[in-house]
Design a protein around this ligand. Structure first.
Ligand code: F0G
Length: 454
């Protein structure tokens, strides 16, 4: 049997509760059927996200005690700047409080009204910031990207033919920048290859367009490049990271998924880009040597980035996810394949095929799954989209229930429990009904909107 092995041991633990189903029913009603609004005392396994909830190592905890606290010029920041330079090979580093803060700054500087940002796939906050600044997002994924069932190893690749056509049609001056997202979040944590990024770079060079790399999910993507890409089999994680980083003009990341539980940052070798973005850091984030982060977080990030270069650390998420995906496939439950990073993605479009997209099948499935298991997942479908200017629903390409795998947090028996409960729900899927909004915010409605059953 292919059992994923934990390459660590637990030395500090946290008690979790499994509430009776009567309480879970009350809790999901109180939350307006929106799993974002559940309280974690009502949650058994929290698979909402892998953001800010991954386990820290003993070495990270130790480093946090060393943190040197000063508003400006702390030793801690200098350490972080050095580590970023060592790992990504970028001269300039701008700290920010998290990933979307980086997106705000990059978009404010580079997205002008009428410009376009081509992406392998959008992420909710990255798209929102582009749109807020008057730009539009063009998704130029490959034909394979949206296929639920696939054995293509790099479904997150960008279609460089489409990229070239888009630039030819609109003119290079209309392209704010090209954005490549590692571990493509919204299509199921699917990676891109090094080869694909090399091709994208060529197109960017040809037309003089900037390449911005969202490295938030880099850890998983590195593992997949190492294990799935022939040209990288014998290259160290550190060297693969440098090869990727060298291809980007600007790298930004949410450290909540990469290296730490909080924070983020932007790095570049372009002094011009650095100077343009620098002013906005002090305006929105804080002084240049903390950018909204505490020194403790920065210390943890220095160690965390180093640990990300360890294959036995970054294999934990993908291997547990692969185990879960394989178990579900065996039981006939529709899931995104091949197994990606971030988490296990259930195909709600098929799971609850009787619920129309306008009634948020993935949202309904997330609520039902909480009810029958105490496990909290996240809707990634139409509910996570925003209506168009005329108030019409934008139907999502995919309707996914994402069960994120916080790294090094849950054990194999937890995963088996989740598999057992999903399988039960699949066998009883006719019990699940659709949802409608009773309170619908205009922006990022999935975060705090409330619904009821139709
Ligand atoms: N980019 C990607 C690819 C992300 O997955 C996220 C966050 C961000 C940017 C924004 O970073 O949260 O630090 O502001 N993803 C989280 C998730 C929220 O649960 O998937 P942030």
């Amino acid at each position: 049997e292919n059992i994923p092995l934990e390459m660590h041991k637990a030395r500090i633990v946290q008690k979790i509760n499994l509430q009776p189903i009567e309480r879970r029913l009350e809790a999901i009603k109180e939350a307006g059927y929106n799993t974002f609004l559940l309280k974690n005392t009502d949650i058994f396994m929290d698979m909402l996200t892998d953001s800010g909830v991954n386990a820290m190592s003993d070495k990270q905890q130790a480093a946090m005690l060393e943190a040197d606290d000063s508003y400006a010029g702390s030793v801690t920041f200098t350490k972080l700047e050095k580590k970023i330079k060592e790992i990504f090979g970028k001269e300039y580093f701008l700290p920010a409080h998290q990933g979307r803060a980086c997106e705000n700054i990059i978009s404010q500087v580079y997205v002008k009204p009428g410009t376009i940002v081509p992406m392998n796939y959008h992420f909710t906050t990255s798209k929102a910031h582009v749109v807020l600044n008057g730009g539009t997002v063009e998704e130029i994924f490959t034909d394979e990207a949206l296929k639920i069932d696939s054995d293509v190893p790099f479904k997150g690749n960008m279609d460089t033919g489409k990229l070239r056509d888009l630039i030819e049609t609109n003119g290079a001056d209309k392209i704010a920048f090209v954005r490549l997202e590692a571990g493509t979040n919204l299509i199921g944590g699917q990676p891109h290859s090094l080869e694909n990024m090399q091709e994208i770079r060529k197109v960017c060079d040809e037309y003089g367009v900037m390449l911005v790399f969202d490295a938030s999910l880099l850890a998983d993507n590195l593992y997949f490049i190492k294990t799935r890409e022939e040209q990288c089999k014998d290259i160290s994680i550190r060297d693969i990271t440098r090869k990727l980083a060298d291809l980007a003009d600007i790298i930004y990341f949410s450290a909540r998924k990469l290296g730490c539980a909080r924070g983020g940052g932007i790095c570049t070798n372009s002094k011009e880009a650095y100077l343009k973005m620098r002013e906005l850091i002090t305006l929105y984030e804080g002084f240049l040597t903390y950018g909204g982060m505490s020194v403790r977080e920065m210390e943890a990030m220095v160690v965390g980035l180093d640990e990300t270069m360890d294959e036995h650390m970054i294999n934990q998420g993908p291997q547990f996810i692969e185990y879960m995906v394989n178990e579900l496939v065996e039981r006939g439950v529709p899931v995104v394949t091949p197994a990606g990073g971030l988490g296990c993605h259930i195909n709600a479009m098929e799971f609850v095929g009787h619920i129309p997209q306008e009634e948020y099948p993935a949202g309904a499935l997330a609520a039902a799954f909480y009810l029958v298991s105490g496990v909290r997942g996240m809707e990634r479908g139409t509910l996570s989209e925003q209506r168009d200017e005329n108030g019409n629903e934008i139907l999502s390409h995919m309707e996914l229930l994402r069960l994120a795998m916080p790294r090094r947090v849950y054990s194999l028996s937890h995963v088996k429990y989740a598999v057992d409960r999903i399988t039960w729900l699949y066998e009883n899927r006719h019990l699940i009904g659709g949802l409608k909004f009773v309170d619908e915010p205009k922006v990022l409605r999935f975060f705090f909107g409330k619904l009821e059953s139709t």
